[in-house]
Design a protein around this ligand. Structure first.
Ligand SMILES: [Fe+2]
Ligand SMILES: [Fe+2]
Length: 475
């Protein structure tokens, strides 16, 4: 497959051979740039940023580093090479050849899946657009921008599929992806968590740790799709997603590191003293964690969903690591346990058909992965010889979607009365005071190699550069 790196749109899909498609994308591109200038990183358009750009899917091709002004970033279209045996691995079409074109009977569902995924990509750029103004270092500023341009590329990836495979209504959906706005009352983004604000850098690190990790699981499920162009597209997106989660996990680790240093220095665990010393107390970090985790697990959708069953049975969306699972990959006779509120103020377990519970299956895979992440954060505290620990809240805590949506459940998983919820919510979720305090720490640090006082420096620089590298030339 030829890679036309000199084109306006770097790609490995032989764009030059398809004039209609090329014209459609070249028509969409200026609208994308308008969108970027309007809702992309605020006040950054003249910055020269040390970014990686994908120009091919090969080892040395997908991470080319150099200084770029972001509106001139070359957003490309890349599909992973064909893998596997070329047959659909699950559902009613199991064993049949994978689809190279959209199967007519599943067209509407497939388009809906692609649009829903595509909508999250520009949404997160919009959510993060003000953060550059308060970056704690040039290293962090660069990482924010790297994530933003790659989310832009993920939008390109989905728009390519819409233009190439869906004709007119695909083009209309691609335009609509640039028209919705995160948090807009009249024309919001599709999913709840992508309409929330990302007001500060602790929220940003929690978002990239948890919400980009939701992306990892959704993309993995789509990477199994019987529609091969979608599978190969999402496989390549996952290489970029790994870095986004690294930024989140290491970002929170560095905040914790700094907090522990202050706690040890002052020999205190009093949040007020930690705050007075300019660090973020662990209780506030825990409340941010509770919030971002609970909002993110809602993204997996209702615990029982006939759509999830249809997406699976029709071969459009698999499970996380579908091929590694030892079952019939049809799931007609399988069951799965879901939680629901029951009389007597308890949560109870219920066995339901697994096909209907596939959102819950994916959510539980995500939860296991998240537990490991919190374990790594706790090792930072452990190494500082402090007894405190962070925990993931119970999966019924603060839910808005599915059968747990109406339950009031504490972070430990106890069903509580409304009076207890109102009295304790301030201990469990970030308060206005927490947010105001964190906001008060957010000031931009732009001297190379320097870091704001609330966060420890990173352990390793980007791409082997010296620790005081000028990752962003603000000019
Ligand atoms: Fe993405
Ligand atoms: Fe991401």
């Amino acid at each position: 497959m030829s890679i036309n790196t000199t084109d306006k749109i770097p790609n490995n899909v032989d764009l030059v051979a398809d004039k209609t498609l090329q014209r459609a994308l070249e028509h969409w591109q200026p609208r994308f740039i308008d969108w970027w200038r309007e809702t992309g990183p605020d006040g950054s358009h003249g910055f020269e940023v040390y970014l990686r750009t994908a120009i091919s899917v090969e080892r040395d091709g997908w991470a080319n580093f150099g200084y770029v002004k972001m509106p001139e970033y070359r957003w490309g279209i890349f599909l992973n090479p064909v893998q596997g045996g070329g047959t659909i691995a699950f559902g009613d079409h199991k064993g049949q050849p994978v689809w190279q074109e959209v199967p007519g009977e599943h067209r509407a569902n497939l388009r809906r899946i692609i649009v829903t995924q595509g909508d999250t990509e520009p949404a997160s750029v919009e959510q993060q657009r003000h953060l550059g103004r308060t970056a704690p270092s040039l290293y962090d500023l660069r990482n924010l921008f790297q994530i933003n341009v790659e989310e832009g590329r993920h939008l390109w990836a989905m728009v390519y599929l819409l233009h190439r495979y869906f004709g007119r209504d695909g083009r209309e959906e691609a335009d609509a992806l640039l028209e919705r706005r995160s948090g807009d009352a009249d024309n919001p983004r599709i999913l709840g968590a992508f309409n929330e604000r990302t007001p500060d850098w602790l929220a940003f690190f929690m978002f990239t740790h948890f919400t980009d990790r939701d992306g990892k699981f959704q993309l993995n499920a789509l990477a199994e799709s019987g529609f091969e162009p979608l599978a190969r597209t999402t496989q390549f997106m996952l290489t970029e997603e790994a870095y986004h989660m690294f930024v989140g996990e290491s970002g929170v680790s560095r905040v914790i590191q700094r907090t522990c240093e202050v706690m040890k220095q002052l020999k205190t665990d009093d949040p007020a003293q930690v705050r007075a010393a300019g660090a973020i107390d662990l209780t506030t970090i825990q409340r941010y964690l509770n919030y971002h985790y609970s909002v993110t697990i809602d993204l997996f959708g209702a615990d029982q969903s006939s759509n999830a069953a249809i997406f699976y049975s029709s071969g459009l969306k698999g499970r996380f690591r579908e091929a590694k699972r030892n079952d019939d990959h049809l799931l007609k006779d399988a069951s799965y346990t879901v939680l629901e509120p029951s009389a007597g103020a308890q949560l109870s377990e219920r066995e339901v058909p697994m096909l209907n519970a596939l959102n819950e299956v994916l959510r539980d895979d995500f939860i296991r992965d998240s537990e490991a992440g919190v374990g790594r954060w706790n090792r930072v505290i452990e190494k500082s010889e402090l007894p405190d620990r962070l925990t993931l809240p119970h999966k019924a805590f603060n839910r808005r979607i599915g059968s747990l949506a109406d339950a009031l459940v504490s972070p430990e998983g106890r069903v509580v009365a409304e009076s207890e919820w109102s009295a304790r919510a301030r201990d469990w979720l970030p308060t206005d005071g927490d947010r105001a305090f964190v906001a008060s720490l957010m000031t931009r640090v732009v001297e190379p190699g320097r870091y704001a006082g609330w966060i420890a420096p990173p352990r390793v620089p980007v791409n082997g550069q010296p620790m005081d590298y000028e990752y962003v030339r603000i000019g």
